[in-house]
Design a protein around this ligand. Sequence first.
Ligand code: FE2
Length: 221
Amino acid sequence: MRNLQEHSAHADPREAQRLASGAPFALPPLPYDEGALAPVISARTIALHHGKHQKTYVETLNKLVAGTSFSNQSLEAIIKATVGKADQAAIFNNAAQAWNHAFYWRCLKPGGGGLPGGALGERIASAFGSYDQFRKDFSKAAVAQFGSGWAWLVDDGGKLKVVATGNADVPLTKGQKPILGLDVWEHAYYLDYQNRRVDHVEAVIDRLLNWQFAASCAGLE
Ligand code: FE2
């Protein structure tokens, strides 16, 4: 609860019950309705993605950290403490996926996409040559990621870069600050696009990216 969104336990009896149970992490609510991103991402996909996949990561993490020193730590601290440790891979995977998904939903919004304006738009043009080149690089990273993973726009020591990570991995482990993240696990698109990952990726970039959130992540708001 400390580490994901601090929504009010007072307003939600289920949340109060969860806190009373001692579970350290909560499933953050979506920042919009399940149908808000349709037709780019269907309500059915979002209901399963948030209500089943993300929920399972959070619940599994709660079970894994119960009674350990991790139960009092932030997701970021757990991710950094367990990365690369074979005997803690399950904790890392579920903590990283809990973090990744909480971040991912905020990177999208109904009526998003288009050109990033303001200081972030200028930084993207400077880093990649143009918005169109960024779009190509980001799409290519997302489509070329073999198997499950993520495409990211990150701030790496003051320089904007596009990177991809496999499975649960997150750029935080490399000292890179995520600015945008795009889930390319099949569960993110398969119901809507089947094997056409490129169609999903391009539609998300052009119609859903939340540039205001990205600018806030980049410290440019
Ligand atoms: Fe996902």
